[in-house]
Design a protein around this ligand. Structure first.
Ligand code: ZN
Length: 451
């Protein structure tokens, strides 16, 4: 049982809310209820956000690519460094890094994560005896931390648009549609050892890394699960796809695949107004990764047009350069303000911007991760976060104003508790295993840098 002084329920704010959780889902909600002995007592209870896009291993190289080299630094020079770093990682190191990342996500207030998992093979490209070896390392990290996992094994076949060969740095990613089918079968089977809220989907990496034929094949084989794809992150990628397939990436995908509410288009940064409207109308989620997109110099999302068209979106921490829920929300809105030289941009009509960003991202994240969550309602998964409304950043506000303050004025330290499908993973702002997980992470990173 959880007792909250106030909570944001599906129908709005309520006081003295008591939640009964059973088998990971919300069984009963009482309002104006007194706390009882044994209740976990919190201040303000919110639906938690799902972090819809993560490459866990990249956390270990955070800060290593922030120096300027001769020539022009770009997304593509960053990617080369990332490949070199990743090429030495062992399964044990990948597990230790992922566990650290998931503790940081939980403590920031994310109850679940979509792990867009593309390192599958040994250094050099030979598959492990178990094709899902590295998927299982991610599962172990999820099990250790309690985070809700949506596993998204990646199909990555080519080194660039037009079916170019993989480069040396990409060999650990490579699968064709057949070996990918074997990988997902093994991963789905191993996933059954995780709690029942764990999900699996697929992630065709991007239009530049696969063929249209394989994309059609893996999508047809997928059925109901989530389908995530990187798209239109960089202008060069838009030009390459246009030259190869005859259309801009988002337009091509919408014209050639049955894009609907199973889909999550990661970034979708460079869209025309027509693409923006069409993506919004599809029911798919735009997977926005504001901190990473700023760090990599991707560009700002077409926020005003997408919000006006009722487009769905969620938040991902992608490269994990900085894992912060509050920072993601404000970076999203500030990128819009800096481009448009005005305030309160990414909201459909009028209203509280922080509250809109938070509640829309909670719903969009849950949809993209195939979790029945994102609002507090009976029958939904108990993916919940509690914050302390009496901290200096929040104490002057009430109702939706709390969410505006959370997005623009607070830091993640206001998070006191997190439940992932009812698992109480953060208490008093801390994950119970944070010290041992951090010790293993520190050891793994020291090894990685030395080797
Ligand atoms: Zn990504």
């Amino acid at each position: 049982m959880i007792h909250a002084k106030q909570a944001l329920l599906a129908e709005g704010w309520a006081d003295n809310v008591r939640l009964t959780i059973d088998a990971g889902t919300i069984l009963r909600i009482e309002t104006d209820a007194a706390a009882r002995t044994g209740d976990a007592r919190v201040d303000t209870l919110l639906p938690s956000l799902g972090n819809l896009h993560s490459h866990a291993f990249q956390r270990a190289m955070a800060g290593m690519t922030e120096f300027r080299q001769a020539g022009r630094d770009s997304f593509w020079t960053w990617r080369d460094l990332m490949y070199r770093f990743m090429d030495r990682m062992t399964p044990e190191q990948i597990e230790a890094i992922a566990a650290q990342v998931y503790v940081e996500m939980l403590e920031a207030g994310f109850a679940s994560v979509g792990e867009f998992h593309y390192v599958h093979h040994q250094p050099g490209g030979r598959p492990y005896d178990n094709p899902a070896e590295l998927s299982e390392r991610i599962f172990a990290a999820a099990a250790q931390t309690g985070i809700g996992l949506t596993h998204l094994p990646v199909l990555y076949t080519y080194g660039g648009a037009g079916q170019a060969d993989l480069t040396a740095g990409q060999r650990r990613f490579g699968n064709d549609a057949d070996s990918f089918a074997r990988l997902t079968e093994h991963a789905a089977s191993a996933l059954r050892d995780l709690p029942p809220d764990a999900r699996i989907g697929i992630a065709p990496h991007s239009l530049r890394a696969i063929s249209p034929e394989d994309l059609a094949r893996v999508v047809a084989a997928q059925g109901q699960g989530p389908i995530h794809i990187h798209i239109a992150e960089q202008p060069q990628e838009v030009r390459d796809i246009e030259a190869w397939l005859g259309a801009r990436p988002v337009a091509w995908l919408l014209d050639n695949q049955p894009v609907d509410d199973r889909w999550c288009l990661i970034h979708a940064t460079h869209m025309t107004d027509a693409e923006t409207d069409a993506l919004a109308a599809s029911g798919a989620v735009a997977g926005l990764c504001p901190i990473t997109e700023a760090n990599l110099g991707d560009g700002p999302f077409n926020g005003p047009g997408y919000a006006a068209a009722g487009g769905r979106f969620g938040i991902g921490s992608d490269s994990n350069i900085n894992i912060s829920l509050t920072e993601e929300l404000r970076t999203l809105e500030y990128s819009q303000r800096l481009r448009d030289t005005r305030r309160n941009v990414m909201i459909p009509a009028q209203g509280a911007v922080g509250a809109f960003l938070y509640t829309a991202a909670a719903r969009g994240g849950a949809q993209a991760l195939n979790r029945d969550a994102g609002v507090i309602e009976t029958g939904r998964l108990a993916d919940l976060v509690a914050i302390d409304s009496q901290t200096p950043a929040l104490c002057a506000l009430s109702g939706d104003g709390i969410l505006d303050c959370l997005a623009f004025a607070a830091k993640d330290g206001v998070v006191t508790d997190v439940w992932a499908a009812g698992r109480h993973a953060v208490l008093n702002g801390r994950h119970p295993k944070r010290e041992e997980i951090f010790a293993a992470y520190r050891k793994a990173v020291a090894q990685l840098i030395r080797d």
